[in-house]
Design a binder for this molecule. Structure first.
Ligand SMILES: *Cc1c(COP(=O)(O)O)cnc(C)c1O
Length: 421
């Protein structure tokens, strides 16, 4: 048996940086700015909780590839004929982390602003130093609207009583409240229904308490009905133009309509998925733009052991090889965002080779079958999801686990360190 001498953990921690060609932990910031620092300094405990990437740890992290994001942003801008992009980074940037993704996207010249759905997302990105406009695509309470206004964040309104609430907030602020009007043209999710929007718009535009910064709608992604929605929006806009009611910047197109409904590109487009490397389905869409994976999910091998025939690995003896083989343990599991459906279906890339997930994906652990040769060492970097091989592409993992791209990325644990590379 060719058991390699095992380094005691302390020693590994000391040598791993050099062995892996990395320098000190301080060289690897998790975000473009070393922000969050004020929060950590203020609390005195944050540094221990809000962990940044470190080459001396085994634990998983998410890598964000600046070049790939920039590429997708350029592709989206090209599809939009050079119009600015209101980059949607809602739901914690679809799981990838708004505090890292927000500043990254905002640093690109094609991006005119960011859109979130929760107040705390917008405030977190402001705290990370984002200075471009941020729209919250949700109705807020008076307190929330005031908080947004004080942080230069644009709330959306769609409820009938919005004029009254904005008057009250404006009174507290001593100035008009900048807002975005969200019009429902038939999706019947958010928005003021277009059928009774006219008097409401008139009141808001003419109110001293309100500064209408923009107006938008959302599509259903049913192309025929999209066209009907577009016509409804157009009719409303025409009516406002005739009455000289300024509606600010107009926007409507998320990813699907960015690709398929150019007449709805208006003053700016509003994609999320496209920027995250997830185009609409179909050949036509893939012919229109070439989008790249923007992230990797990585960790380091934390144990390598040999199994003899008759040995097993994992709960309920999940992996029972009929031959001698090596198994590697990865300190990553379901709670980190790697799906349990990956067991028996997915592979993990280590040093350019693929190894099947064989001994189960548990809450915090995943066991790989390495095969008869010990080709993996403790401390090696394992890529569970990433652009480096077709077998670990986000869309491959989504397909093999039957979960879908969004389910995969939306499951990423917010606590995983984000590292921009
Ligand atoms: C999510 C969302 C978007 C972005 O949609 P994608 O399909 O990710 O491009 C745009 N606008 C609104 C209102 C949304 O809720």
């Amino acid at each position: 048996m060719d058991r390699a001498p095992r380094l005691p953990r302390r020693r590994f921690l000391q040598v791993s940086g050099t062995a892996l060609g990395l320098t000190t932990a301080s060289a690897c910031a998790s975000s473009p700015r070393s922000s969050g620092a004020d929060v950590r300094a203020a609390t005195g405990v944050g540094a221990a909780i809000d962990r940044t990437y470190s080459p001396t740890r085994f634990d998983p992290w998410i890598e964000l590839d600046r070049t790939a994001w920039a590429h997708n942003v350029r592709e989206a801008a090209r599809l939009a004929g050079g119009r600015p992009i209101l980059a949607v980074v809602k739901n914690n940037a679809y799981g990838l982390g708004d505090r890292a993704v927000g500043p990254l996207l905002a640093s690109m010249s094609e991006v005119g602003g960011l859109a979130a759905v929760r107040v705390e997302e917008a405030l977190a990105m402001r705290a990370e130093g984002v200075t471009k406009p941020i729209v919250v695509m949700a109705e807020g309470s008076e307190d929330e609207i005031e908080e947004m206004a004080r942080h230069d964040v644009l709330p959306s309104v769609w409820l009938d009583d919005a004029p009254g609430r904005l008057r009250s907030v404006s009174g507290r602020l001593g100035r008009p409240v900048p807002v975005q009007l969200f019009i429902d043209t038939g999706m019947n999710r958010e928005g003021m229904p277009y059928t009774r929007a006219r008097r409401w718009i008139e009141e808001l535009v003419q109110s001293e308490a309100v500064d209408v910064n923009g107006t938008y709608t959302m599509f259903t992604h049913d192309l025929d009905f999209d066209r009907e929605q577009h016509a409804r929006f157009e009719e409303l806009l025409g009516w406002a133009r005739e009455r000289n009611l300024p509606l600010g910047t107009l926007h409507a197109a998320p990813t699907f309509e960015l690709f398929h409904l150019p007449e709805a590109h208006y003053d700016m487009v509003r994609p999320g998925n496209a920027l995250f490397g997830n185009p609409p389905g179909g050949q036509e869409a893939s012919d229109l733009a070439d989008l790249r994976p923007v992230f990797s999910l990585k960790t380091r091998v934390v144990r390598v052991e040999r199994l003899e025939p008759g040995d097993s690995a994992g709960f309920n003896r999940t992996f029972m090889p009929d031959r001698a083989t090596w198994v590697a343990l990865l300190p990553i599991g379901r709670t980190d965002g790697y799906p349990s459906e990956a067991n028996g279906t997915c592979e993990v890339l280590i040093n350019g080779r693929l190894y099947p997930v064989a001994g189960g994906v548990n809450s915090a652990h995943t066991i790989l079958d390495i095969g008869p040769e010990k080709t993996v060492e403790v401390g090696d970097v394992a890529t569970l999801i990433g652009p480096d091989h077709p077998a670990v592409l986000p869309h491959t993992v989504a397909e093999r686990t039957d979960l879908g791209f969004l389910r995969i990325i939306q499951s990423m644990n917010p606590r995983l360190p984000r590292r921009v590379v």
